[in-house]
Design a protein around this ligand. Sequence first.
Ligand code: HBI
Length: 98
Amino acid sequence: MTLKKLDAQEQADALTTLKEWSLVDGREAIKRTLVFKDFNAAFGFMTRVALYADKADHHPEWFNVYNRVEITLATHDVQGLSVRDVNLAKFIDEIFKQ
Ligand code: HBI
């Protein structure tokens, strides 16, 4: 499946839905920071995302320290954003709410 890079309008549309996410300065990528009650909760979340990501063949760029997870999403294969980033962000928002 040929992955399509989102254009500026599609990026803007995506960010209106993904209200907790913002564009990374100077890069076609989106970011969000999540804070959990403790490391155990943060790592459990990361485990769920990791399993989804591997199944979707689309992986986050992330940093974790204790109960904080900083996530950046971009599609390396198109040097920008694709629908895979939107879908992964939606999954992340969904399980973070649970
Ligand atoms: N993850 N974020 C991200 N972007 C990619 O382009 C990507 C990936 N995971 C696997 C993957 N591409 C494979 O299709 C190979 O291109 C590595």
